[in-house]
Ligand binder design. Structure first.
Ligand SMILES: Cc1ncc(COP(=O)(O)O)c(C=O)c1O
Length: 458
């Protein structure tokens, strides 16, 4: 056997710093704004996040050290392997070389623990005793429950979007195994939840609603010992995920590849995409010829159809206004199986990268995604999460293009998570029960009409 399937790094080669894209963006980031339209200062975010994470959120430092206490936990699964998808390449008959970074090897099964461990660590350093959060597919809630267990001394409470809570009972069990508490959102525990339930008793829930509940639960704790934790979207989350791309660069260098031709990630709030692609965006900004593609569902077309605007991160408008691509904070998505891709907004850093022409975006229907997931499972062996199948579908499109063009391109994608907790989705697809759904332009326009009068970003 001469060919090398997996490229490993030694634990000592795990990156010691994260990469922050913010200082390298061609045009500056727009600041978060308060309800009065003025920029939100760090002190205004203090009831929601600990100050050490707020400092990272607004940092203009290009490189930020990863504390030893975080690195000691990350080595439970990091550095993650970079894998050459030979079997998939053969099935497609493509001259392209396809590599994927397998983030599914983490204890929670996705990239999410990269930031969960960091956030739990910084909160503990700051003296916080309890974290609240939301979760869509359950990946983030389980990642944070795992991280709180590893860090120790921090409780974790998760508001899980109702439709996923019903579809994915095993995720709740994982959270509880690690000591977290998981309830369906909207719930009767918060004012935001009660208001939504009064209006829409049968709502499937949404990430926007669950965020409102989790933020409310944090800021109304009279002891002051609770903070909120977000699994995507924010700058510090993108930062923590860049360990993925930084490792991938070292791994590609080991097989003589300086830069891939194409880098692909699926996009929900933007964090796994950013984590893999931002270190390559740095090279692109400095002249490298790399195509960077974000893949999203047609049913939640934040990058491909939504405008770049100021909008709230949640339904109850508790968060500041963020400059991002947004379908409108009232967006309630169709219950597609890629629960983690059903968020109305996109990370401000990813939205800015799109605005600045550093990346492209494609939309994919869930049938194409499940088809891609099945092909990947049969060839490479690992069953991908429904979210991850969007990146695989986009990769397959690029590999077929390389075949048509006769080009031996290197394609790198982020295998953001395994799908062993998502088999209900596969079962429905195999039973012919899943349908494609495209979010109508008229609905987007109706949502955005409610934002008239909001300030506009640059
Ligand atoms: C496996 C997996 N991939 C991707 C995502 C999308 O999130 P993000 O865009 O922040 O990476 C999620 C979110 O839950 C997920 O669980």
């Amino acid at each position: 056997m001469t060919r090398q399937k997996k490229i490993f790094l030694d634990e000592s080669e795990m990156p010691k710093q994260w990469y922050n894209l913010a200082p390298d963006l061609p045009s500056p980031l727009n600041p978060p704004l308060g309800p009065d339209g003025n920029p939100v200062g760090p002190e205004m975010l203090a009831p929601v996040f600990p100050m050490n994470l707020i400092e990272q959120e607004v940092s203009q430092e290009r490189w930020i050290d990863i504390p030893e206490g975080i690195r000691e936990i990350l080595v439970q699964w990091r550095p993650s392997p970079l894998i050459r998808a030979y079997e998939l390449e053969e099935a497609l008959g493509t001259p392209a070389k396809i590599y994927y970074k397998n983030e599914g090897v983490s204890p929670a099964g996705s990239h999410k623990p990269n930031t969960a461990v960091a956030q739990a660590w910084y909160n503990k350093e700051f003296g916080i005793k309890k974290l609240t959060t939301e979760t869509g597919a359950g990946q983030w809630g389980s990642a944070l429950s795992y991280a709180c267990a590893q860090i120790g001394g921090i409780e974790c409470k998760v508001f899980m979007v109702r439709v996923s809570f019903d579809q994915k009972p095993f995720r709740k069990m994982m959270m509880e195994t690690w000591g977290g508490k998981c309830i369906a959102s909207p719930s009767t525990e918060t004012q935001a939840g009660r208001d939504i339930l009064a209006q829409f008793p049968d709502t499937p829930g949404s990430l926007g609603i669950a965020i409102s509940e989790a933020v409310e639960a944090a800021v109304t704790d009279p002891t002051g010992g609770t903070r909120y934790s977000l699994g995507s979207v924010l700058n510090h989350v993108m930062l923590h995920q860049t360990i993925i791309g930084l490792e991938a660069k070292k791994q590609l260098a080991k097989v003589g590849i300086k830069n891939p031709d194409v880098v692909i990630g699926c996009c929900g709030g933007g964090s796994n995409f950013a984590g893999l692609s931002f270190p390559f965006m740095y090279d692109k900004i400095h002249g490298a010829d790399i195509q960077i593609i974000g893949a999203e569902p047609f049913s939640c077309p934040t990058l491909t159809k939504a405008p770049f605007i100021y909008d709230n991160g949640d339904v109850a408008q508790m968060t500041p206004l963020l400059a991002m691509n947004s379908l409108g904070h009232n967006f309630v998505p169709a219950p597609i199986h890629a629960g983690g891709l059903r968020y109305h907004g996109m990370a401000p850093l990813v939205s800015a990268a799109l605005r600045d022409g550093l990346m492209d975006a494609v939309a994919v229907h869930q049938s194409e995604c499940f088809e891609a997931g099945l092909l990947f499972s049969k060839t490479e062996g690992i069953i991908p999460a429904p979210e991850t199948t969007h990146a695989i579908a986009a990769t397959i499109r690029e590999a077929k293009k390389a075949k048509e063009e006769g080009k031996e391109k290197t394609i790198l994608f982020n295998f953001s998570g395994h799908g062993l907790m998502d088999l209900v989705g596969y079962n429905k697809y195999l039973g012919g029960e899943l349908h494609d759904y495209e979010y109508p332009e008229s609905e987007i326009a109706a949502n955005l009409k409610k934002l008239e009068g909001y300030p506009l970003p640059k």
